[in-house]
Design a protein around this ligand. Structure first.
Ligand SMILES: NC(=O)c1ccc[n+]([C@@H]2O[C@H](COP(=O)([O-])OP(=O)(O)OC[C@H]3O[C@@H](n4cnc5c(N)ncnc54)[C@H](OP(=O)(O)O)[C@@H]3O)[C@@H](O)[C@H]2O)c1
Length: 283
């Protein structure tokens, strides 16, 4: 397959490139090489490269930044996605848009399924939802893949931030009442590769199995990285002052993927694999 990946230098984009390049013809523009907010540039680029599918993880992922500049969030995550959806449709290419559990309001008392109604409660979630609607309405050959709490080697993410703080001996305060599925970017990239091989379009939740609070996630990571003696102060999300209000309970169920034989391991096994690769697995 000829596969174009937007935001190819990002945490997920980069991993998708690594996993797909050995068996596919991969075109991997960085943000500098292709700005998704520039419609003529997106159209020209996609027409010039004629991919069979465009994988679209590029986004403004700074959730608090999006809360401070909601219009910018819509321009990148909403209209940027609209540009990719139109340009891929025009050449008959499919699109796979990576979305977020933050399209849900977090008020459920059971895991969200693919066809539950989105109801975003913050500007990042709203901008990702605008992107979903553009994809749904503008390119019928679409996959929408929602995921959550990505962790990856290198770069900025919650797991890495916890490890960095522990290493520096910084005091840790972590919220107990925000719950979701931590997801290893390796596992997500593999699941996306499987999905596009199968070719059944639609909406998919792809997260590591099992949900956990941020506090228990952090405790698990520290215990298994050999920092058992480092205390974490449990706090409520009301005590953690930030620009964005996250959905409180935003667990996703991988219902649609399981039906076609795509499964992701439990988040604990994924964290163990991550720590092992970092040389930090203390058992
Ligand atoms: N991280 C999470 O916990 C999480 C959770 C749920 C869903 N998601 C979704 O998963 C996807 C991948 O996330 P990630 O963590 O891999 O994100 P990431 O590391 O922040 O990567 C996003 C990439 O998009 C690029 N980008 C930003 N604006 C762009 C523009 N206008 N044109 C082209 N490229 C642009 C960024 O480039 P610059 O760095 O140069 O701006 C970056 O390389 C995103 O769609 C995100 O919404 C992420």
């Amino acid at each position: 397959m000829r596969i174009l990946i937007t935001g190819a230098a990002g945490r997920l984009g980069g991993r998708l490139v690594d996993i797909l390049r050995p068996s596919h013809d991969v075109i991997s523009p960085t943000h500098n090489e292709l700005d998704i907010t520039d419609f003529p540039a997106v159209r020209d680029f996609i027409q010039a490269h004629q991919p069979d599918i465009v994988l679209h993880p590029a986004a403004w992922t700074d959730v608090d930044g999006c809360a401070k500049e909601p219009d910018k969030a819509i321009i990148i995550n909403g209209y940027g996605t609209q540009n990719v959806a139109i340009a891929s449709y025009e050449i008959g290419a499919a699109i796979l848009y990576v979305s977020s559990n933050e399209v849900f309001d977090g008020g459920n008392n059971h895991p969200y399924r693919e066809y539950d109604s989105p109801n975003p409660i913050n500007p990042y979630g709203y901008s990702k939802y605008v992107g979903e609607r553009a994809v749904l309405s503008l390119n019928p050959r679409h996959y929408i893949v929602r995921t959550s709490w990505l962790f990856a080697h290198g770069g900025k993410n919650f797991l890495q931030a916890i490890l960095n703080a522990a290493e520096l001996g910084k005091p840790l305060r972590v919220v107990t009442d925000e719950v979701a599925n931590p997801t290893y970017n390796d596992d997500l990239a593999i699941a996306i590769a499987q999905l596009i091989e199968i070719g059944r379009y639609g909406i998919y939740h792809l997260v590591n199995e099992g949900a956990v609070s941020r506090y228990n996630f952090a405790r698990y990571v520290l215990n298994h990285a050999g920092y058992t003696d480092i205390p974490i102060q449990p706090i409520s999300s009301r005590e953690w002052v930030r620009a964005s209000r996250p959905p409180v309970y935003a667990e996703l169920a991988n219902t649609a993927a399981r039906q076609i034989g795509i499964t992701l391991r439990n988040w604990r096994e994924a964290v163990n694999a991550f720590l092992e690769r970092e040389g930090l697995d203390a058992g």
